[in-house]
Design a protein around this ligand. Structure first.
Ligand code: PBG
Length: 314
């Protein structure tokens, strides 16, 4: 009667990794129970998730080396299998809401979210690529454009490009407070997208992702994203940053999203596999805590398992 927080599958977004080809379902070693899917298999997976009540999907492409370059040109090419796949998924399941990923890292031979030159990330030159990528994703049918790159000014640049091309109806889920975290490892394994070792390539993303020591800086980022036209403000990762989620929810009227990232899921899966924790209990408690902290919606690799767990209650 007095329970303050209720989590349902409506609040969840399920991340899926897309691979070029057919009949592929290959497990991500560091994220058991998650796969790189070819489109044919992914369509079946989405169908079964829709039946469980999951309506929201965020899709990330695994890009073969042959498509990578320094400028991420394949990201907006008409040949891009990720864009073609979105078109097909929306055709089969118009009720599913699809969130895209905007960043250079899957497409970049340097493994960075922006263009790298002489050891530096070129913020402003990257914006033009992000604009093209976003417009191509909107044209492909993605409902929500998701810039995860952390370049300054990209929300405004993307909003302007979308409106200019007639996509004023598409919304932007900005990775507002994305920290330079150690918890992205399994995701980078899944996409083969880690920064590449090299002389003139920064070895980490600390010049554009946030310092884990900073909470109030998230409010500056939130203010900028709001002014630039974001429709959702995201905090990422989630569990180590519940205080940031809370302060964002207290200070902004826009919906707050939280990304419960790969490493956070992997450590719980590993403990459960060892028999040290009970998955059926720990998994829903974890997601509930993120919602209680103030996240309106949660991106989590546990979305499908949570939906199954939720269904069992009735
Ligand atoms: C990169 C991106 C990352 C994630 C989502 N988009 C990794 C990174 O910044 O290196 C991580 C998500 C996860 O760990 O689940 N654009």
């Amino acid at each position: 009667m007095v329970r303050e927080t209720t989590l349902t599958p409506d609040h969840l977004v399920y991340p899926l990794f897309l691979e070029e080809g057919k009949a592929i379902k290959s497990e991500v070693a560091s994220l058991p129970g998650n796969y790189r899917w070819s489109l044919d298999k992914m369509l079946k997976e989405i169908e079964s998730c829709l039946e469980l009540g999951i309506n929201n999907y965020i899709i990330f492409p695994h890009i073969a080396d042959k498509h990578k370059d320094k400028l991420g040109k394949y990201s907006y090419s008409s040949k891009n299998f990720y864009l073609k796949a979105a078109k097909r998924i929306k055709k089969e399941f118009p009720q599913a809401s699809l969130i895209s990923d905007v960043a250079l890292d899957p497409y970049s031979i340097d493994g960075h979210d922006g263009i790298v030159r002489k050891g530096k990330i070129l913020n402003d030159e990257t914006l033009a690529v992000l604009q093209k990528m976003s417009v191509a994703q909107a044209a492909a049918g993605f409902d929500i454009i998701g810039p995860s790159d952390m370049m300054d000014g990209r929300v405004g640049a993307i909003r302007e490009a979308l409106d200019h091309k007639g996509y004023s109806d598409k919304s932007i889920m900005s990775y507002t407070a994305k920290y330079a975290s150690a918890y992205y490892g399994p995701f980078r394994d899944a996409l083969d997208s880690a920064p590449v070792a090299g002389n003139d390539i920064p070895k980490d993303k600390k010049t554009y992702q946030m310092d884990p020591a900073n909470k109030y800086e998230a409010l500056i980022e939130g203010e900028l994203d709001t002014q630039e036209g974001a429709d959702y403000l995201m905090v990422k990762p989630a569990l180590n940053y519940l205080d940031v989620i809370h302060v964002m929810k207290e200070n902004f009227d826009l919906p707050i999203a939280a990304y419960h990232v790969s490493g956070e899921c992997a450590m719980l899966i590993a403990a459960c596999q060892k028999g040290w924790l009970n998955y059926e209990e720990a998994m829903p408690e974890t997601l509930l805590s993120i919602h209680r902290a103030g996240a309106d919606c949660i991106i989590s690799y546990f979305a499908k398992d949570f939906a199954k767990h939720y269904k069992k209650q009735f």
